[in-house]
Structure formats: C-alpha cells, structure tokens
Design a protein around this ligand. Structure first.
Ligand code: FE2
Ligand code: FE2
Length: 319
C-alpha cells in the first residue's frame, strides 16, 4: 500500500507530512477545518486506512498519533453532519418489519442495470477498480462493531461475518474472492492502485462505513447500513454476474457476484430479522440510528451511481 496523489491543500499537507516522516502535524491540523470535497474525503480515507492495513511509506505507530486523531475527528464531524443533514427518519415504520419494503419503494439509480445490458468492457473495468476500495476490505468496517454489542446482537452479527470471512476457508473469504477476480481480469488486486480514480462519492461511501464502524455511539447506524447494504445486494449481484458474462469476464470475477446472489438473500434476512431485531430488543433507543445508517447507505450508492453514469456520458437510467 502506497499513499495516493493529493487532491487539494489538506492532502498536500497531510501526505507530504506522512511521506517525510514528520512527527508533528500541527500545520495539517491548521488547514483541516477549511477542507472540503475530494480533498477532505481523501484525507479522511487515508487517516482511516492507518487503522486497517496502513501504508508501506508511513510508520505504523502513527495510527494513534493524537494530532492525526484530532484531524480525523474534525473531518468525521463534518462528514457526519452532512450525512445527517440529508436524512429524515421515516415516520410510523418499524425497522424490522418495514425495512425491506422501504428499500424496495426507493427508486435509486442502479449501476448493475447498466452493467447488465449496456456497459462496455472499459466501463466495467473502471467500475471494478473504483469498487475495489470497498470490496477489497469488504466486511472489515462492520467488524469494528462486534465488541460494542450485547450478546444476542453480537452472536447474530458473527454468524453473518463468519460467512463473509469464508467460514474458516480463506478461499471463500469474500474480499479474497474479489481480489482473485481482479487478478484474473488483469487488474491490480490492491486498493491503493485504484485510489486516484475514485470519485468523491466512492471515498465517502468508504468513509461513512468506517465512521459508523469505529464509533461505539454509531453502532446502530453501522448495523442499519449493513442491513440496507445486504438488502440491495442479491438482485444487483445477479445483474452484475450476467453483465460480466456478457462481456466475457473470467469465471473468478463472475463468481464473486454469483456468490453474492444466494449469500446476500440469506444475509438480508439475517441483518434485518435477527441482527437488527436483537439490537432493538437490547437497545430500542437505537432504532432511529438504524434508519440513519440504512438511508445513508442507499443515498451514497445513489450519488455514486449518478457520478459514474455521468462520467460515462450515460444520461438515462438503462432499463
Ligand atoms: Fe460478501
Ligand atoms: Fe453479505
């Protein structure tokens, strides 16, 4: 893993300081509050990455540097308040009983529909590269939540995570399956290789998932995000698999999506009826945050899809 290219004044300062082996980040802290857009999103993504696999050119010990944590908090506050500003809690709905219907009633833009019938090979390669930011650490942001739960919600979440992590078999581990699919498709299976391609919306999708996972107070949002994610995966995965087959992608890449057709049909039930239900029995005051996480997941995916379609000059939603 290597540091990406800067995208504005904050990432110029931050990446320069990280690269030079600095142990003082005061100058970075000074510019953080004014940062916005891709510059702020990339800076937060880099700071979050220090808690995952880190960077070859950054000392591991900086993960808990107090100034870097302070900069992270400034950027996270800004992200969370923007996400909350877009959210209105649905009235009179029960998360456990109504989430799946609510998800179905929302009519977001779908990249999988475009891939299914219309996308060309270059567009799909670009999508896989940008999505690798998420898929190559699939499930990791949710794992932060495990120690923050009561026993029933924890046991239920671990059932799902165990499956995502391959049920004891590294060759079934989902983010490894994606890496193998990338390799077979001639793509570098490392997310730093594609980071410079990622639009703001892709960075924010990843930042939001990590934000929810890493903050105990946001455990409800993390599990709401998980439920919405699983509830919008099975059918789109089928379309992705068929679109990739149409374009002659290798079995390893197609297989990643085929795996998710059945797995996520099970996971959506687990995430809503077992995990969210257990969380609400133990902590009923978290229902609004479940909705906040679910809304944010769909809202960010919709914005990401619009950006990618616009990048490809696709104006109308492909039916
Ligand atoms: Fe998965
Ligand atoms: Fe899943």
């Amino acid at each position: 893993m290597h540091l990406p290219l800067p995208r504005g004044p904050l990432t110029e300062e931050l990446l320069g300081a990280l690269r030079s082996g600095a142990d003082d980040f005061y100058a970075v802290l000074a510019v953080a509050p004014g940062a916005h857009g891709e510059d702020a999103a990339l800076a937060l993504w880099v700071l979050h990455e220090l808690h995952y696999r880190g960077f070859a050119d950054v000392p591991d010990d900086l993960e808990w540097d107090p100034q870097l944590v302070r900069i992270r908090r400034v950027l996270e506050h800004d992200l969370e308040s923007r996400l909350r500003g877009r959210f209105t809690a649905p009235e009179g709905l029960s998360f456990v009983d109504d989430l799946l219907g609510w998800v179905e009633s929302r009519d977001g833009v779908s990249l999988s529909r475009h891939v299914h019938r219309h996308a060309d090979r270059e567009q799909v390669l670009e999508l896989l590269r940008v999505r690798s930011l998420y898929h190559l650490k699939e499930s990791d942001p949710t794992t932060w939540v495990v120690p923050r739960l009561g026993v029933r919600a924890k046991a239920a979440l671990m059932e799902l995570q165990y499956d995502e992590y391959g049920a004891g078999d590294p060759n079934r581990l989902h983010h490894h399956l994606f890496a193998e699919g990338m390799r077979a498709s001639g793509l570098e299976p490392s997310y730093d290789a594609h980071l410079d391609l990622a639009p703001l919306e892709a960075l924010e999708q990843n930042n939001a998932a990590t934000l929810f996972g890493m903050h105990r107070r946001l455990r409800g949002a993390a599990l709401g995000h998980l439920a919405a994610f699983e509830a919008t995966s099975s059918l789109p995965s089928r379309r992705m698999a068929q679109g990739l087959e149409r374009l002659g992608f290798p079995d390893a890449m197609v297989g990643y999506f085929t795996e998710h057709v059945e797995a996520d049909a099970v996971h959506e039930q687990l995430a809503v009826r077992t995990i969210a239900a257990a969380l609400l029995e133990e902590e009923p005051e978290l229902e609004e945050d479940l909705w906040f996480g679910a809304f944010t997941c769909l809202d960010l995916e919709d914005r990401f899809a619009r950006t990618m379609l616009a990048r490809w000059g696709v104006e109308e939603q492909a039916a």
